[in-house]
Design a protein around this ligand. Structure first.
Ligand code: 2RA
Length: 340
């Protein structure tokens, strides 16, 4: 016996990846419903070898359904997630709406699976921000072995993190460089993204950080350890899919680069590709469609007593969103609902 699953926001980048991953991982689905806003009503989406027609989120009754994977903005989540939760359908939400609620678990299954027991507070579980998810997968094994004091992270985030219009914008602008007059897509970014980088993701805060940088700081503390000091600079780059991150890590205890590499190699969700030669590292184009968080360029930071540098790459639509949400559903099934 399997689960009755609802995917909310099934026509978006993340919603479609959720359906792909549910099928790829053969999640035990007895019945599935795909929901979208009224303007996308009837749109067909793929689920394995099946084609499903979207239903109207506004009128859907969540009663009798087991799990709802939400991949819509905070506004729609605010309106419909409580309805699903009240109908005893457990919500796994990819928006930022519930991530900072102390009563709602924020989960990366490789990092803090035990937090799943908190789900029953409000029948809602939060999925972290994409740039946080891959980073905490990389940090957790290092923290367990040598206790992390401080992390300095610079991100190189792909345009798919901003949605379909941003992908179109990069494509149009790139073509426009060679064939003028190509620009049709609506402008998502304040400056040119093709052949450029933009040090600004989400809104600016009074501190001078952007909200994306604030999310990485607060979410890392909630998922791993509130004592970890994090400072972040989040940058948008002209890449379609795949976020990259440069991590500088300072630990309480000394950790040799070789031991760090061995620990990471043995850790869940991580693939280490780390050779000091041409091509001995992972780049974003190689991570697309994969489940792993890839780690390369592991080396000592000799400017401090106990420092490590590393490079981390992952598919932001998968580990950064859809895969992590499905892994939470798998964890919920194993630990709590126990069907399938
Ligand atoms: C981004 N992390 O990359 C944000 C939201 N997906 O735009």
């Amino acid at each position: 016996m399997g689960y009755k699953i609802v995917v909310v926001g099934a026509t978006g980048n993340v919603g479609r990846e959720m359906l792909n991953i549910l099928a790829e991982r053969q999640f035990p689905v007895d019945e599935i419903a795909v929901l979208a806003s009224r303007k996308s009503l009837g749109t067909e989406v793929s689920f394995g070898d099946k084609t499903l027609k979207t239903q109207d989120l506004a009128t859907f009754d969540f009663a009798g359904w087991d799990i709802a994977l939400f991949a819509v903005g905070s506004e729609a989540t605010k309106e419909f997630a409580p309805k699903a939760a009240a109908a005893n359908c457990v919500v796994i939400d990819n928006s930022s709406l519930y991530r900072y609620d102390p009563e709602i678990p924020l989960i990366v299954p490789e990092v803090n699976p035990d937090a799943i027991t908190m789900y029953s507070n409000k029948n809602i579980i939060a999925n972290p921000n994409c740039s946080t998810a891959q980073m905490v997968v990389a940090l957790k094994p290092i923290h367990d072995r040598a206790k992390i004091k401080r992390v300095v992270v610079s991100t190189y985030q792909s345009v798919s993190g901003s949605g379909k219009d941003a992908i179109d914008e990069l494509w149009d602008q790139t073509k426009g460089m060679y064939v003028p007059g190509q620009e049709k897509a609506p402008r998502v970014y304040p400056k040119q993204i093709a052949f450029n980088v933009i040090p600004h993701i989400d809104v600016f805060l009074d501190s001078g950080d952007t909200k994306e940088e604030w999310k990485m700081i607060v979410e890392t503390k909630k998922i791993i350890d509130p004592s970890i000091k994090v400072t972040a600079t989040c940058v948008r780059v002209p890449v379609f899919v795949g976020h990259s991150e440069s991590l500088n890590i300072e630990t309480e205890e000394f950790l040799d680069e070789d031991e760090a590499r061995d620990i990471l190699r043995e850790s869940p969700g991580i693939l280490v590709v780390d050779k000091r030669e041409d091509g001995g590292y992972v780049t974003p184009v190689e991570c697309v469609g994969d489940f792993a968080t890839f780690i390369s360029r592991i080396r000592q930071d000799v400017t401090v007593e106990n420092g490590l540098n590393m490079w981390c790459v992952s598919d932001n639509l998968r580990k950064g969103a859809a895969l992590n949400a499905v892994q939470i559903a798998e964890l919920l099934g194993r630990r709590v609902l126990k069907k399938g």
